[in-house]
Design a protein around this ligand. Structure first.
Ligand SMILES: Cc1cc2nc3c(=O)[nH]c(=O)nc-3n(C[C@H](O)[C@H](O)[C@H](O)COP(=O)(O)OP(=O)(O)OC[C@H]3O[C@@H](n4cnc5c(N)ncnc54)[C@H](O)[C@@H]3O)c2cc1C
Length: 387
């Protein structure tokens, strides 16, 4: 057992942190307030190879795994730049394409994802189905040699920044007549695909959208993979990377908040010569949050290691636990940071309250804490499913 990163992973962590620090949380907030995207940071991260660390080298990536991508997510978040689209484009879309795309799809899409010039976002959530993806209502029907897609999706992140959206739809399997899931690479400018921006209470340069698919016609090669049978495994292939990287983002955000707060409480003096951090009513909540973040980081490391070793089932358990732990730890860390900063905690300048919405959302998305507890109750504790 080792808890050390490899020298290459160490270098990656330091380099990503240095990049994030050059931009910082004020850049992230300014972009969000201006309704703009973190285009410069994304482009630079792409040029430096950080967005493609987990993409095979033959498609322009770094040939690493989810461990490396989690490092990128955590370190950028630890500098105050939690980029949600890292979870969607390199983690979900690139993994799904690498593992289940056709050779032609991999060649067409992966190099652009690796250098950051392209983004592919992911659309599964629907207003009626919510957490229950078995109820998906978006349907793909064969239309000549292509497909016709109809349905509605909600909370889809980054559609305005992406060239394609990976849409999860139901198809009819001609051999059984049953509806089974399939993934489609739909250009974001496809005829019949429209969107409306959702107003979210999250300070973020990345936006969520309602998507409407009205007779969206796509060619046969928009279907991800060689056949309809690729759908279900492809869908599951994206889950572990999604949970692990979103957890890493949460852990990084927690570290960022604790660092901001610790700097402040170590120097702020309101009772004579002692810093407020010398009072245990201030330092213990911060120390408690630091313990929770560190525990989450351990579970993230375990989940990423298992995933990269091809142990998908075990990575599923650890990835869900890591996501749960990091979601709770990040929310605790940011809330605690706001509290110990006092009034300063609520200012934009000190850069912690700006994260409240994001960490709150991290307990709901991409999978809610309750659905993770359901997973653990059933698959780890052997309890009966209630729904
Ligand atoms: C910021 C943000 C970004 C997002 N980005 C994307 C994206 O890019 N692509 C995408 O497809 N989706 C995205 N989502 C959607 C996200 O994945 C869903 O919000 C999430 O899966 C929960 O679904 P829901 O909102 O429909 O909640 P619901 O399913 O309606 O659940 C509501 C509440 O009930 C609880 N609940 C439901 N069923 C059970 C049960 N059986 N047992 C116990 N509790 C239960 C849930 O835990 C939750 O607390 C995003 C959401 C947010 C907030």
């Amino acid at each position: 057992m080792t808890f050390d990163l490899t020298p290459e992973q160490d270098q990656l962590r330091d380099a990503v942190r240095a990049l994030g620090r050059r931009y910082g949380h004020s850049y992230f907030v300014e972009k969000a307030r201006a309704g703009e995207h973190t285009t410069e940071l994304w482009a630079e991260a792409g040029r430096l190879g950080y967005l493609g660390v987990n993409i095979p080298t033959e498609y322009g990536g770094g040939g690493g795994g989810i461990t490396e991508l989690a490092i990128v997510c955590e370190e950028l978040a630890a500098t105050g730049c939690p980029l949600l689209l890292l979870v969607v484009s390199p983690a979900i879309a690139a993994t799904v394409l690498s593992r289940h795309g056709t050779e032609e799809q991999r060649k067409r899409h992966l190099p652009g994802l690796a250098d950051g010039s392209q983004k592919i976002v992911f659309a599964i959530t629907e207003p009626e189905a919510g957490s229950n993806f078995h109820r998906l209502g978006t349907v793909a029907r064969r239309d000549g040699d292509g497909w016709l897609l109809n349905g509605r999706k909600c909370y889809i992140s980054g559609v305005d920044e992406a060239g394609h959206v990976l849409v999860v739809a139901r198809t009819e399997d001609s051999s059984t007549g049953k509806l089974k899931p399939a993934l489609f690479l739909v250009p974001t400018d496809a005829a019949g695909l429209t969107r409306s921006k959702l107003d979210m209470e999250i300070v973020s340069p990345e936006n969520q959208f309602l998507l409407y698919l009205d007779d969206v016609r796509v060619p046969a090669d928009a279907l991800l993979g060689e056949s309809l049978d690729a759908g279900l495994p492809a869908l599951f292939a994206g889950l572990n990377p999604e949970r692990i990287t979103v957890a890493a983002m949460g852990a990084g955000t927690g570290r960022y908040a604790i660092e901001r707060a610790s700097e402040y409480t170590a120097t702020r003096k309101v009772w004579g010569g002692r810093s407020i951090g010398s009072h245990q009513g201030v330092s213990h909540p911060l120390a408690h949050a630091a313990v929770q973040v560190e525990l989450a980081r351990l579970m993230i490391q375990k989940a990423a290691t298992l995933y990269d070793a091809g142990r998908d089932l075990e990575a599923g358990v650890s990835g869900n636990m890591a996501k749960y732990a990091a979601g709770e730890a990040a929310a605790l860390a940011v809330d605690t940071a706001v509290q110990v900063l006092g009034g300063a905690g609520m200012t934009t300048e000190y850069g912690v309250a700006t994260l409240l919405g994001a960490v709150r959302a991290g307990r709901i998305a991409p999978v809610s804490r309750e659905m993770i507890l359901n997973f653990v109750a059933q698959h780890v504790l052997g309890q009966q499913k209630s729904y």
